[in-house]
Design a binder for this molecule. Structure first.
Ligand code: G6P
Length: 510
């Protein structure tokens, strides 16, 4: 039976949708994110070919679902070939399905304002507690132009594309919007569509949501726009419970006429309820294991063993990203070598650094800073036989997986991190009973703290001490912690992340 609008909106909709699979059969699924599942590039024959990009875990989680539902993914056009793509089905995943991909084309200046000025760095820095309040950010006329002609404009374009897609199909739509690039789109979608149109809006925020005080520094017009945008959503997902509570607190402090209910995780605004929940994201354990068993990973494994075998290995793998706190991590290693000379000449620190957002000035500067910090440690302690920190810049996932197999200590010391998936990938493939040193300000901490050494990320001494404890930890304890981490991660993988969101939609009757 095809449910009517009323049945979807009634609290008894479980009668119609006993499970999310059944619920999906009656819906069209629309995903909207800045980075799509693929970008198109010309191959050697000049043909436009899709290459998998961005949305990693999300694509994986969705490949299973495409068996139950028609899905359409709306994303920014990031290449000339994307702009030329007329829309259509693109295969995703190894075993299953294909997905309809449509691109939103913004002019270059609008995209730059939206991506390079407002989303990164303004919002990203705010949400990762990286504003240096008395120096940055500067919010001036140019910022406001980028807000209006960039962020607002691109969000409007996304809203138009989503709205158009909702209207082409008779079935109710389930719209899953992703992340901080698209905070305003839900408001524009709701404003355009008829109140009786059939759709449910979800939004998942992959990055931390800081407290109301931090949002207090954003000018009220931007802040209110963002909060109104998110309060147009039916189900708003965060990585952790604390992020969700912070959102409700932010509405309570900064959104006039909003009524909040912490117990029920709900914000009422303009006659509309937004339910706030946490859905910690994870990794695709099976496909990571499959990759870890490939020849390619084995080759890298062998070559890393040749270079570092026999010595204790500290590994970190991060995007070149200030919030990852790479410089302080190197300074902590410096302190470790200073206080514990027994590690000198032995322990190797391998930092695999993945270039990211290099078109944004703050990111370019950070690469120089981290290279300088590693250079200082190497100059202070290194010699012809031992380079204490080896920094390798480049994107090479099989090599990263090989390094994860080999670490004795994995360092994740982010200043703030929505989740941090390296902290989940490492323990799944590691073969050394390696110890995870984990920042208390990562989303991953909520699930993994019982198996990790948890550190406050700005405390260099505490980080140095945790590295030392990890290096000298007795085998039994390492083993016990490593197993605990593996079990925790295997128990909740990426598919659970998606299923829990869909189950919540069914449970709430949205
Ligand atoms: C990280 C964050 C995501 C974000 C993405 C954007 O992976 O965890 O929340 O969507 O960066 O990255 P991009 O390369 O598109 O700026």
């Amino acid at each position: 039976m095809q449910p009517s609008l009323d049945s979807f909106n009634s609290p008894n909709s479980e009668e119609y949708c006993s499970s999310w699979e059944e619920m999906l059969q009656n819906r069209q699924l629309i995903i909207a994110s800045n980075h799509g599942p693929v970008t198109f590039h010309k191959d050697e024959n000049g043909e436009n070919q899709p290459q998998r990009s961005g949305g990693g875990g999300l694509v994986t989680a969705l490949s299973g679902i495409t068996q139950h539902v028609d899905a359409c993914w709306i994303a920014s056009a990031l290449s000339e070939e994307d702009k030329a793509w007329q829309g259509g089905l693109v295969p995703i995943g190894e075993e299953s399905g294909s997905i309809r991909v449509k691109f939103v084309i913004s002019d270059d200046a609008a995209y730059d304002g939206y991506y390079k000025v407002i989303a990164n760095p303004l919002l990203w820095f705010l949400q990762h507690s990286m504003w240096d309040i008395f120096r940055s950010p500067t919010i001036d006329r140019s910022t406001w132009q980028n807000w209006q002609n960039g962020y607002v404009a691109v969000n409007r374009l996304f809203a138009e594309a989503v709205t158009k897609q909702i209207l082409v199909d008779q079935r109710p739509a389930l719209v899953m919007i992703q992340d901080y690039h698209l905070y305003l789109a839900p408001y524009f979608i709701r404003r355009v569509l008829h109140p009786r149109a059939k759709y449910t809006l979800m939004h998942f925020i992959h990055i931390p949501w800081p407290g109301a005080e931090d949002w207090g520094f954003l000018p009220p017009r931007m802040r209110q726009g963002i909060l109104e945008g998110l309060c147009a959503v039916d189900l708003l997902g965060f990585q952790t419970r604390e992020d969700g509570l912070n959102f409700i607190r932010t509405c309570e402090s900064h959104l006039p006429h909003a009524h909040v209910n912490f117990k029920q995780g709900r914000v009422w605004y303009r006659n509309h309820a937004t339910f706030v929940r946490d859905f910690p994201i994870s990794i695709d354990v099976k496909s990571l294991r499959r990759l870890a068993e490939t020849e390619e990973v084995a080759e890298y494994h062998k070559s890393l063993l040749e270079q570092y075998g026999g010595n204790p290995l500290i590994v970190r793998i991060d995007r070149i990203e200030p919030s990852k706190n790479i410089v302080l991590g190197f300074q902590a290693f410096d302190e470790l070598l200073e206080l514990h000379p027994e590690h000198r000449g032995k322990v190797q620190f391998l930092a695999l650094m993945v270039p990211s957002r290099m078109e944004v000035e703050e990111y370019q500067n950070y690469l120089n800073e981290l290279m300088g910090a590693a250079g200082q440690v190497n100059a202070k302690y290194g010699d012809s036989a031992w380079e204490p920190i080896r920094v390798v810049v480049g994107e090479n996932y099989p090599r990263a997986v090989a390094a994860l197999q080999l670490y004795d200590v994995l360092l994740v010391n982010s200043i703030a991190d929505g989740m941090n998936l390296v902290a989940k990938e490492g323990p799944v493939v590691n073969q050394q009973h390696g110890v995870l040193v984990l920042s208390e300000r990562t989303g991953a901490r909520q699930q993994l703290e019982s198996g990790a050494l948890v550190i406050p990320p700005l405390d260099i001494s505490a980080t140095a001490n945790a590295l030392h404890q990890a290096l000298i930890m007795p085998t039994d304890e390492r083993k016990e912690k490593a197993e605990r981490l593996r079990n925790l991660i295997e128990g909740e993988d990426i598919v659970d992340w998606l299923c829990k969101q869909l189950e919540t939609i069914v449970k709430l009757g949205l």
